[in-house]
Design a protein around this ligand. Structure first.
Ligand code: FES
Ligand code: FES
Length: 154
């Protein structure tokens, strides 16, 4: 059925069955392929987007669970490394290796920093449960520290 979704600041009409996971609506219907499919069971975080600022793993969340009143942000909705302290820190520390998990990591980091401007190691540990097969975890932590400082100093 047709439904409206508010994605990256615009309302999009999409035609999808109720049980289609949001991930596939974003990727296949809207062409927003920065959000990735990893495990399909909410374990890896590759499919993470923000919904009203909260990190949501979209691989098993049916599109019928989302309304136009909710604001969905994907990696494509972020302003890029020139303006976004998180993407800037990621770029400066060359966090990405193959890159496959990284949009999910960046979205999770955004959700964390919106709630915790000065996250403790435990906060980072708790929020960043995304899996990276390339083992970028240490660089992710360094980049989050830098982004947090930059956001606080802005
Ligand atoms: S693909 Fe959604 S959590 Fe892994
Ligand atoms: S950078 Fe390759 S899986 Fe994370």
């Amino acid at each position: 059925m047709a439904r409206n979704l508010h994605v990256n600041g615009r309302v999009h009409e999409v035609e999808a069955s109720d049980d289609t996971p949001l991930l596939w609506v974003l990727r296949d219907h809207l062409g927003l392929t920065g959000t990735k499919y990893g495990c399909g069971v909410m374990a890896c975080g590759a499919c993470t987007v923000l919904v009203d600022g909260e990190p949501v793993r979209t691989c098993v969340m049916p599109v019928s669970g989302f309304t136009e009143a909710q604001s969905i942000t994907t990696i494509e909705g972020l302003p890029g490394a020139d303006e976004d302290p998180v993407q800037k820190a990621w770029t400066e520390h060359s966090v990405a290796q193959c890159g496959y998990c990284q949009s999910g990591m960046i979205m999770a980091a955004h959700a964390l920093l919106a709630k915790q401007p000065e996250p403790s190691d435990a906060d980072v540990e708790q929020a960043m449960t995304n899996i990276c097969r390339c083992g970028t975890y240490q660089l992710v932590r360094v980049a989050i520290r830098q982004a947090a400082k930059e956001m606080r100093d802005a």
